[in-house]
Design a protein around this ligand. Sequence first.
Ligand code: SF4
Length: 243
Amino acid sequence: MEIKGFIENSLLEWEGRLACVVFVAGCNLRCRYCHAGYLLEGRMIETVPTEQVLDYLRRQHGWIDGLVVTGGEPTLQGQDLLDFITQVRSLGVDVMVETNGTRPDWVDRLIGEKWIQAISMDLKAPLTGERYRPVTGRDVDVADLRRSVRRIIDSGIEHEFRITVVPGLIGRDELAAMAPELEGACRVALQNFQPSHCLDPALRSVEPYMPEEMDELGRILDPVARKVVVRGRERALAVRGEG
Ligand code: SF4
């Protein structure tokens, strides 16, 4: 598997768990606010051997609660992802996969065949082609996204939907339009976008929302999800290895 980053311990990526996090190369989207530009092609970064991650998990047996596979888009790793999960599970470690939801057959497989114990999906914009593409930079079949969302909500496994809010791009109106899609979700996390290192240079001068504005935005989703959490700067920094 093309692992391009590895955080040994994180309390931020899997709520309530001390997890290690691996970042895989490659993504089928090009979100304007993406901080993982270094992962999208991934060719210039040295690959972390999977054995290094597995060895770490062996040495930390009993301490690490779980492993999170994020990216990039982990499902693009195909069979390599399943092989890696098998190895991690054989060490008694639970696995969460983070996905952009564009590949619902993979979402269905990971859940239906019980490969994973938790899943997280990013929702980028209201679910119409005209609203999605300006955020993700690629055409997306919104029917696929809707399938992934419903499969996850109906799955019965721990799950979270993440929405990055960006002034002028994703705010109050967009969240109101997205809310009905998330009816019945376990947890929705609102993430404040971070201007530095954004894929789209035009966003680097945009001021992120203030904490009180984030709280207000979170309340829009309160009626549809069992839990809504608001996340700020710390996660973005940790993901980049700066925090
Ligand atoms: S934000 Fe996620 S889905 Fe979007 S381009 Fe970056 S890695 Fe891909």
